[in-house]
Design a protein around this ligand. Structure first.
Ligand code: COA
Length: 177
């Protein structure tokens, strides 16, 4: 069984192991230089709005972060998500995003954005099903390690829309009670 919980300082080794298991193309999708061990140290030192998925043996199988943007966009969080290749297709990514969205909304984040390579159609579909909508298409915005260019899609989840939806079905008061 998989457990989703907040990242803690003692996850440094597990997180480094998870990142080390990723393919080169997966690594392109995480902004930090994962060969730099101090990057993992920085992540666990600031675990706010970071979650991990663990398997029964305690190994980390997934990671999701929502990082607030600086300055006048500090109500916006950027979501990053990765699941160990051997654990994919079992719903771990979807569960991590659900937990992260709930945590971010509770922490006052008003908007969550995620950047995806346009070819990742199943993943785009997953985020759409979770309430994200298209925000921008940036053409030839990503250059992979072979020098090929790819379009980047930015999706957004607006807390305002989520609250309107909850109002419509009449459960906002129940949550606030
Ligand atoms: C994107 C990623 C996190 C998905 O994780 P996951 O645990 O496999 O996701 P889930 O099992 O919850 O599947 C979510 C959806 O993705 C799609 N999907 C997952 N695995 C798939 C596969 N092998 N083939 C086709 N579609 C697949 C399905 O649409 C699935 O929806 P379903 O639940 O209706 O079947 C994982 O593939 C990954 O780590 N990719 C590299 C990093 C990345 O691209 N991150 C996203 C940008 S931040």
């Amino acid at each position: 069984m998989t457990t989703i919980r907040s990242l803690v300082a003692t996850d440094a080794v597990g997180l480094a192991d998870l990142f080390a298991s990723l393919s080169e193309s997966d690594r392109t999708l995480i902004r930090e230089d994962l060969h730099d061990t101090s990057a993992v140290g920085r992540l666990v030192a600031h675990p706010d709005l970071h979650w991990v998925a663990t398997s029964d043996d305690g190994a980390l199988v997934g990671y999701c972060a929502i990082d607030r943007l600086p300055g006048w966009s500090d109500h916006v969080g950027e979501l990053r998500l990765v699941v160990r290749a051997s654990g994919r297709g079992a719903g771990i990514g979807r569960s991590l995003v659900r937990t992260a969205l709930l945590g971010a909304l509770s922490a006052g984040v008003g908007k969550v954005v995620v950047e995806l390579v346009a070819e990742q159609e199943p993943v785009l579909q997953m985020f759409s099903e979770l309430g994200f909508t298209g925000e921008a298409l940036l053409r030839d915005h990503i250059r992979d390690r072979d020098g090929r260019l790819h379009d980047l899609v930015m999706l957004a989840y607006l807390a305002r829309d989520a609250h309107e939806l909850l109002d419509t079905v009449g459960i906002t008061d129940a949550i606030q009670a």
